[in-house]
Design a binder for this molecule. Sequence first.
Ligand code: AMP
Length: 114
Amino acid sequence: MEPTLFDKIIAREIPADIVFEDDEVLAFNDINPQAPTHILIIPKKPIATLNDIEETDLALIGRLQFTAATLAKQLGFAEDGYRVVMNCNENGGQSVYHIHMHLLGGRRLAWPPG
Ligand code: AMP
C-alpha cells in the first residue's frame, strides 16, 4: 500500500500541529477546521477504512474514542458536548484512506449532517 498523507504525518515527513501522541495513537489539528476545535485522531497502524478493521484492532479503536473524550475534557467542552465522526468511503466523504476520527467541539453542531 502507498503511504497516505497521514502515514507521512506519523513519520514526520509532513508537518502537523500535533496535540497528543502515544505508542498507538496520534492526534493533530485538522488543516481545514469545521468547528472551533477540529482534531483528527488516528491510529499509527495503517488501516484504510472502517471496513478494514479486524477483531485484533478493537482495543485500538476504543483507544481512539477514549482519546477523543480525554481531549474533550482537557479542552473544556466535554460537558457542553461535542461530536466524533468517522467517514467511510466515497458516500461517507472519506478523502484520506487511513482511518481517522474527527473530534469537533466548541460550538453547537447541526443534525443531520450534510
Ligand atoms: P475525511 O474527509 O474524513 O477523509 O477527512 C480528512 C481530513 O483531513 C479533512 O478534514 C482534511 O481537512 C484533513 N487534512 C487534509 N490534509 C491535512 C493535513 N496536512 N493536516 C491536517 N489535516 C489535514
